[in-house]
Design a binder for this molecule. Sequence first.
Ligand SMILES: NC(=O)C1=CN([C@@H]2O[C@H](COP(=O)(O)OP(=O)(O)OC[C@H]3O[C@@H](n4cnc5c(N)ncnc54)[C@H](O)[C@@H]3O)[C@@H](O)[C@H]2O)C=CC1
Ligand SMILES: O=C(O)C(=O)COP(=O)(O)O
Length: 391
Amino acid sequence: MFKIQTLNNISVNGLERLPRENFEVASEIQNPDAILVRSADMHKLDIPGSVKAIGRAGAGTNNIPVAQMSKRGVPVFNAPGANANAVKELVLASMLMASRNLAQSLDFVRKLDGDDKAMHEAVEAGKKKFVGMELPGRTLGVIGLGAIGVKVANAALELGMTVYGYDPAMTVQNAWQLNSGVRQAVSVDDLISKSQFLSVHVPLIDATRGLINAERIRLMKKQGVILNFARDAIVDQAAVIEALNAGQLYAYACDFPSNALKGHPRVIATPHLGASTGEAEDNCAVMVADQIREFLEQGTIRNSVNFPEAQMPLLPGKTRLCIVNENVPNMVGQISTTLAKHQLNIADLLNKSRGDLAYTIVDLDAQVPDVVEREIAQIKGVLATRTIAAR
Ligand SMILES: NC(=O)C1=CN([C@@H]2O[C@H](COP(=O)(O)OP(=O)(O)OC[C@H]3O[C@@H](n4cnc5c(N)ncnc54)[C@H](O)[C@@H]3O)[C@@H](O)[C@H]2O)C=CC1
Ligand SMILES: O=C(O)C(=O)COP(=O)(O)O
């Protein structure tokens, strides 16, 4: 029986992928084998030594101490692309809200009083305050052409916008999805200087913290609109407020409210709603629950942010040994020497690496005595081991 701790509400459709006969799932649970999380901040959490995997039912993993988990030999999984359409729709909605002053005009309407005649007069007199702009012919710059950025760029093109994109590490898979009408910028500055609308879709990492700063906002075309549905710290808030007050920026739409932004007439802030649709919550939970289940039951790895992909069918009657180690020479040699010393025959072996980590799956014809796993665990550079008994 595997124990799964949930740190946030995870969609029931996802949890149902973890059958009760084999998985106990609860928000309060001792010594969990895995943790399922959305945006809960795990950095200050004391993550128990029993944890073998963490599943992020979503895209961003900046709330998880990934580097620390790598050192412990613990894979962190996410759900790439599973909420991308939900975010794209909110970005488009916010772009239209900003360009047509919808937030301000809804506010105006909410405050109207008097009889219908008075209201009608106030509407006709007041509407000139909310004159907006149309999107065709305006330029959108998209930083980060991943699952979300590609969808936003393609949709903006469909709306008649001129679209530039920048992503120095775009995957081939995402490149295949990108409309060929999207133009390529050669740098962030190049992209920003061409853009009136700017949408960021990069992860929050050291390289992207404060990516959109005062200097870069000055490069934007006048009456610019910045859309931030990625993470708050990617955009310098103080610089945005200054630019809004100076009239350089027309609007700031973001998914991350703060006291500094609250009440500003040119800010549209939603309460981190990007992934909050039934569809996205189901997609993310199902994807990550399946990945966690496969890892716990078979040791295979799909969509980890710190481990290599590792797929090898687990055949009946085979005992599986899973080893996480530093990516240094002679690890597989030492592992196989230890197995040979104990007369254990290797039926199949998979060794994959990613950055500083390597992951080895060894299938054996016989059971693996505890002493063998202990000996392998003691090899210098081995970070974690696990035996999956034959079925
Ligand atoms: N508001 C919300 O509820 C949501 C927010 N997000 C945020 O959006 C981010 C992106 O999500 P996805 O598109 O699904 O991730 P993704 O991993 O598919 O795409 C991220 C892209 O950013 C690129 N990138 C990284 N550093 C860059 C840099 N310095 N300059 C330009 N490009 C860079 C990568 O090469 C990658 O193609 C997530 O990390 C998360 O922080 C994601 C989902 C929901
Ligand atoms: O997937 C992401 O990166 C998100 O920001 C979504 O967060 P959430 O799962 O809605 O708390």
